[in-house]
Design a protein around this ligand. Sequence first.
Ligand code: COA
Length: 144
Amino acid sequence: MIEIHQGAFGDEIFAACFAIRWSVFIEEQNVPVGLERDNDDETATHFLALIDDIPAATARAVHRSPHLIKLSRVAVLKPFRGQGLGETLMKAAHNAFPGTDFTLNAQLHALPFYTRLGYRAEGAVFDEAGIAHRHMVRLSASTR
Ligand code: COA
């Protein structure tokens, strides 16, 4: 059974989210610790997906303006990938902020994942933490 929880900086949900980020971004993708942690953690809503009570995926949402949210740190632990968990988590984040536009910086391999969820790529490829990215935007249903 999948459950999605929301947390905030410093609470136990955040700790579980950060443990997943550590495993995926720092250990698997070699992102430097100093880049993985940033000030957005303090204001973000942190989403945690549990499968049968096991922390398995995370993402965070930060308001950039009243109607624009930036999603980042989208990560599913390796053994749980390819089962629809990332998609379920993203939809939960979208549903948590109805009527809001979303933006994110997508690693190139994940473009099809986000495109399926209504995001469109904008602009050129750029480097973030040594990984090629593109900016993507998802307009809310009311403005699409
Ligand atoms: N490349 C291409 N398409 C992908 C993909 C990938 N890496 N991951 C998912 N998709 C697509 C597939 O079309 C899939 O549909 P299908 O079941 O018909 O094949 C659909 O997205 C839904 O996939 P889902 O099972 O929900 O994805 P997931 O749970 O494996 O999560 C990621 C996807 C990208 C979050 C996960 O692979 C991950 O955590 N990767 C490492 C961290 C990372 O790169 N995060 C993204 C930072 S921008």
